[in-house]
Every structure is written in C-alpha cells, then in structure tokens.
Design a protein around this ligand. Structure first.
Ligand SMILES: [Zn+2]
Length: 82
C-alpha cells in the first residue's frame, strides 16, 4: 500500500520562519498560512545541502582525475606496443 505524503509535505516560509504547508502552482509554491513564497530548504538546510553536494563533487573530480591519469598511461603503453 502506498502512502500519499502530499499533505505532510512542508516547505520553508521566510515570513513564518519555519516549514509550513504550502500550495503548489506550476511556477512557484506559496505558504498556506501567509501566502508568501516558500522554498524547499530553509537557508541553513540549503547551506548544508550545498556543502554536502560540493564535497561529493570534489570526490567525483578526484576520482575522474585519477581515472584520466590511468587512462593516459594505458594509452601511452598501447601506443608504445603498437
Ligand atoms: Zn508563511
């Protein structure tokens, strides 16, 4: 059985200063209490989210760089063999 969590969903309202129920329109979402624009994350949670993304991206770049270095070595070896 699937639970529909739509009515439990909350977004952050700057005016109310906390996560509130909201009304979704195609272009934006509005606080159900005060009618102000709401966002998915509070500023603090957004900073946390961004920094976690940034650290993941750095790890991914590190991995890509080392893979690229290995690739180049292999390529050089193959060229030498041929
Ligand atoms: Zn509000």
């Amino acid at each position: 059985m699937q639970t529909n969590n739509y009515y439990d969903d909350r977004r952050f309202c700057d005016a109310c200063g906390s996560y509130m129920r909201f009304l979704q329109s195609p272009s934006a979402a509005y606080c159900a209490e005060c009618g102000g624009r709401v966002r998915i994350f509070s500023p603090g949670d957004m900073a946390t989210f961004r920094s976690s993304l940034a650290s993941k991206r750095v790890q991914a770049v590190d991995r890509d760089t080392s893979a690229g270095a290995r690739e180049t070595d292999e390529g050089a070896r193959k060229r030498r063999i041929v």
